[in-house]
Design a protein around this ligand. Structure first.
Ligand code: SF4
Length: 307
């Protein structure tokens, strides 16, 4: 049996977890390639117009995997860090099933929607049972997978903390979801361009989620999306350590449109821009805005120096 993993959306929260788990239960897997124009175009054609760009990209990756594996991994995740998830993650099993109803697609599925009854551990045990894997082996694979993911994230957080302490360059905080940062079509061109301008890019995503969520609670009690809360809290934690903030979002993201507005109103004293990437124009025209933004940061630094 071979399982397909779409390199989109939740993959970027489970980069080590999913492959390590499958390896340890003895199941072969294939991960779809980096997003390219063909994957994006096919995903956009499959999606309804209102879909956000990451959802279109996700459907393009599912489309790529069909015929290359027996099952495609599409979990349903309703909450994280004790908060709600955006509806895309609650509905992804259903919209994949409906979008590909004529293609006889087989989905490998687990459901996290309750802290006790359908927590991640229990959901994974059910998945193992479905695959007819011994419970002891599933338990071992789950522990190994959690460890692999935890070490990977810790390493990333520590590297970023070191960079923050040692960097003498302009430090730009990029506030973007994991699946947007890492995507070749969305985040990568922006990151490379900023680095080309001589900046160090600091990621809100690469902060300790528990600390970030705690920090977010000091600013807002009402924000209910877990991933958004992590990013919001990271801005609160890092605002004094960076020179400017970029809110990188994808069209038309409901949660980001609200959260970005809150961030703009809360952090008025910091140079801040909001950049939206869509499936039509991608990053075209973004370079000029990034260049102006870095110029503003440098002018501001010069003025502060003269004072
Ligand atoms: S948070 Fe926004 S970008 Fe992410 S899946 Fe939801 S609507 Fe799409």
């Amino acid at each position: 049996m071979r399982v397909g993993i779409p390199r989109a959306l939740l993959y970027y929260k489970n980069e080590k977890f999913w492959p390590t788990f499958l390896e340890n239960i003895g199941v072969e897997y294939i991960i779809s390639p980096d997003t390219n124009k063909d994957i994006l175009t096919k995903g956009s054609n499959l999606a309804i117009d209102e879909s956000c760009l990451p959802k279109k990209i996700f459907l393009g990756h599912i489309n790529w995997l069909i015929d290359k594996c027996d099952y495609i991994l599409v979990p349903r995740v309703a909450f994280c860090y004790g908060f709600d998830m955006c509806s895309t993650f609650l509905a992804q099993y259903d919209f994949v099933k409906n979008t590909f109803k004529d293609r006889n697609i087989k989905i490998l599925y687990y459901n996290i929607d309750n802290k006790k009854i359908n927590c991640e551990r229990k959901a994974i045990y059910r998945l193992g049972k479905f695959l007819k894997i011994k419970r002891s082996q599933v338990k071992y694979a789950y522990i190994m997978a959690k460890q692999a993911q935890m070490y990977y994230e810790m390493f990333r957080i520590q590297n970023q903390e070191k960079l923050l302490k040692e960097s003498k360059k302009d430090k730009i905080l990029l506030v973007a979801h994991a699946y947007n940062i890492a995507d070749k079509y969305v985040g990568e061109p922006v990151i490379k361009y900023l680095q080309g301008l001589g900046c160090d890019v600091i990621f809100a995503e690469y902060t300790n989620p528990i600390e970030a969520i705690d920090a977010s609670l000091k600013v807002t009690k009402t924000l209910h999306w877990g991933y958004s809360r992590h990013l919001f809290g990271a801005v609160e934690l890092l605002k004094d350590s960076v020179d400017g903030i970029i809110l990188l979002t994808t069209f038309p993201c409901g949660p980001d449109s609200m959260v970005n507005e809150m961030l703009i109103r809360t952090y008025k004293d910091k140079p801040l821009i909001s950049i939206t990437i869509d499936s039509q124009d991608g990053t075209a025209g973004v370079e000029t805005r990034l260049e102006s933004f870095v110029d503003i940061i440098n002018l501001r630094k010069e003025k502060n120096y003269e004072k």
